[in-house]
Design a protein around this ligand. Structure first.
Ligand code: MG
Length: 256
């Protein structure tokens, strides 16, 4: 099932199940209220599709989690997951603009499979990971690469407002084991690799991060980016596509 979050003019955001070109409107947030519908259907082209979730407490990033990407960054494949955080204020929806801050050097895209947590999760065993996963979506872990290298710590480079496009919807039934991720800037392919190349797999990631901190419903884990990360600039269009999850398109402009 594909779950979208959307807004119509003069209405608060609502949730809907994607059904062809329409949304079947849900009575509440399905993460908390289930799938009861209002009986209303709205055409998708008449609404604005929003980020499918606003992480309640945190976006967890996993660094260097694809063999070829660790290699291109000049790093060994890490024995344990490299964990960092992005604030939930980085999240924007499909079609929204990534605002490029006035910092030195490169701003890179990182196309990633995102795991949306559906229940309070603490010390989850890897074999039980599916019990706490609500679904999957697409993320762009936008990174100020030159800042990342000069700071040493990754927080500033990963945390500017708008640096986490998410969407376009959450797929609740998704086979993450071998899905192709393709990233493009103005139509030119930068990344094309399958999630098979992930070093630390999703069950292990859920176990590892839920042993550090409690995960709340709506928290999001970005599972790392394949090789081919590359720059974009204001005026360009960035697209991250994952087989089975659709396509997440963002524009880019200089920050106000
Ligand atoms: Mg990343």
């Amino acid at each position: 099932m594909k779950i979208a979050r959307f807004s119509s003019p003069d209405e608060d955001p609502r949730f809907g199940v994607v059904d062809g070109e329409d949304l079947v409107v849900l009575a509440g947030d399905p993460m908390f209220a289930g799938y009861e519908t209002t009986g209303e259907r709205v055409p998708m082209r008449g609404v604005k599709i929003l980020a499918p979730v606003i992480p309640r407490s945190k976006v967890i990033g996993i660094g260097l989690n694809y063999y070829d990407h660790a290699d291109e960054m000049g790093q060994e494949a890490p024995e344990f997951p490299v964990v960092f955080l992005k604030p939930n204020t980085t999240v924007i929806g499909p079609g929204d603009a990534i605002q490029i801050p006035p910092v030195e050097g490169r701003i890179d895209l990182e196309g990633e499979l995102a795991v949306v947590i559906g229940s309070i999760a603490k010390k989850v065993r890897a074999e039980d990971y599916a019990d706490v996963v609500f679904g999957y979506t697409i993320a762009n872990d936008v990174t100020a690469r030159t800042v990342q290298e000069s700071d040493g710590q990754w927080t500033r480079a990963k945390s500017y407002d708008t640096f986490c496009p998410l969407g376009p919807y959450i797929e609740t039934e998704f086979d993450w084991t071998d899905a192709r991720i393709t990233s493009r800037v103005d139509g030119e392919v930068l990344q094309r690799e399958t999630t098979q190349q992930m070093i630390h797999k999703i069950p292990e990631l859920v176990a590892y991060v839920s042993d550090i901190f409690t995960l709340l419903p709506g928290d999001v884990i970005l599972t790392g980016t394949p090789s081919g990360v590359g720059p974009f600039r204001a005026g360009q269009t960035v697209e991250i596509a994952i087989e089975g999850l659709g396509s997440l398109i963002s524009t880019a402009r200089d920050r106000d």
